[in-house]
Each structure stands twice: as C-alpha cells, then as structure tokens.
Design a protein around this ligand. Structure first.
Ligand SMILES: [Zn+2]
Length: 140
C-alpha cells in the first residue's frame, strides 16, 4: 500500500473540508499543490476508512457507557433483592431476580457474549444463569 500524501499533509483537514463542501478537485489541486489523483484517491479511500474507524470507536465507547449503566442497575437490583430477602418479601425478591436476569442478559449482549438468536431462543444460557442464581440469590 502506497503512503497517501494527503493523509500526511499538514493541510489535510482543510483539504477534507474543501472536499466536503464539494470544491472541484482542480481548485483543491491548485490551492494546496497536490496531485488531483492523490486528492481523488484520498477522498475515495482514506476518508471512508477514517469514517468507519471513527464510527467503530464511537460504538465501542457507547457500549462501554451502556455497560456501566447496566452494572449500576444490576447493583441496585441486587440491593433490592437483599432487602427483599431480609424482609421476607418473596414477590419483591422474584421481581428483583427477574430484573437482575434482564441486566445480565443485556450485559452479555453488550459484551458480545450472547448472540441475538441465542437470546430469543434460550435467554441466558442455563449454566450461566444457575451460576448467577447461586451467587446472587443463594449467596454461596
Ligand atoms: Zn489519504
């Protein structure tokens, strides 16, 4: 792969801004003294790659933020479960367990450990659920 002269150009941002505005390539070529073919290649190859990379990074960041939220909700659900068990409120305990289970499913989905297909057919894998049940409910 040849090195792109536009990517390493100090005027890269200005050139990209001109491309976004729809400035004709020959004008960009004249202003920044870069080959029209280089500008064209940069616009067709480098820019879409950079956009894809940025979108991926943003998705990863969003998943991390969402996971933190789910973890906070899960802590709350566990606290409520604990209180329900202390006060022997079976109905509330079951609701907290159901919420904890949904939180676990969501966290598994966000971390890519649960495929959408598996999720709709089986929910959380039985073994995983039993392990969580023992840890959260039975508190082994
Ligand atoms: Zn480039």
């Amino acid at each position: 792969m040849t090195k792109c002269t536009i990517c390493s150009s100090p005027n890269r941002a200005e050139i990209e801004a001109a491309l976004v505005k729809g400035t004709p390539l020959r004008q960009i070529e004249a202003k920044y003294r870069r080959a029209k073919s280089s500008i064209d290649r940069h616009a067709r190859q480098c820019v879409p790659q950079a956009i894809a990379k940025a979108a991926e990074a943003r998705e990863i960041k969003l998943a991390d933020v969402l996971l933190e939220e789910v973890e906070a909700l899960h802590s709350t659900a566990k606290e409520i479960l604990h209180e329900a068990r202390m006060s022997k409120d079976g109905v509330l305990a079951l609701k907290a367990i159901a919420q904890a289970r949904r939180n676990i499913e969501l966290a598994a989905r966000l971390t890519g450990k649960l495929e959408p297909e598996q999720e709709t057919r089986k929910g959380v894998q039985l073994e995983e659920f039993l392990a969580i049940y023992r840890r959260v409910v039975v508190q082994e």
